[in-house]
Write a protein that binds this ligand. Sequence first.
Ligand SMILES: Cc1cc2nc3c(=O)[nH]c(=O)nc-3n(C[C@H](O)[C@H](O)[C@H](O)COP(=O)(O)O)c2cc1C
Length: 173
Amino acid sequence: MSVSNIEHASPRATSDDFKEAMSRVSYSVSVVSTYFSGRPYGKTINTLTPVSAEDPSVLISLFRKSEITHNIIESGTFCVSVLGEAQKCIAENFARSSDHGNPFDRFEWGTLATGAPYVYGAVACFDCTLVETLHHASHTIIIGRINAILDNSRQPLLHHRRAYRPCAETIIQ
Ligand SMILES: Cc1cc2nc3c(=O)[nH]c(=O)nc-3n(C[C@H](O)[C@H](O)[C@H](O)COP(=O)(O)O)c2cc1C
């Protein structure tokens, strides 16, 4: 059945409409990272998406002009560390501009197969080799083939309605 007059339907799709509607979706929170030119780089992201279990792979979407986007393309490797609910502080630090220093100097990290850094204590880590990039508007979509996985039974940190939330929290607004 086609309904033409849905409550709250908007005929427009502006940037603000997009941001408001997308804020209603719950996301995982991760740090994407790479090792380039002798040092680790990392950024907070919410765009981790599984692509295929047949050839284990993920995609992420990064602001095209971010330093880390350039560095991942140059190094050809990256790691995605899915943060746990006790790691909100790590998410906040990796979302700040590089003027505040390198968060990898303050938080523990290690490496898996590729040499890209992962965040200690993360819920899951996906260590990847870059296989494809697609530029669209302001962002670059990066697909990575997974070489190594770490996972544990901790609860993940979520992002919903522009705030970090523990997984168990019920959101009623
Ligand atoms: C919860 C959250 C999710 C984010 N997700 C992304 C993302 O998926 N891709 C992205 O490019 N930036 C994302 N950002 C923004 C980056 O973490 C960072 O703040 C932004 O790229 C500016 O850093 P820069 O000036 O070093 O590029 C997110 C920020 C927050 C707080």
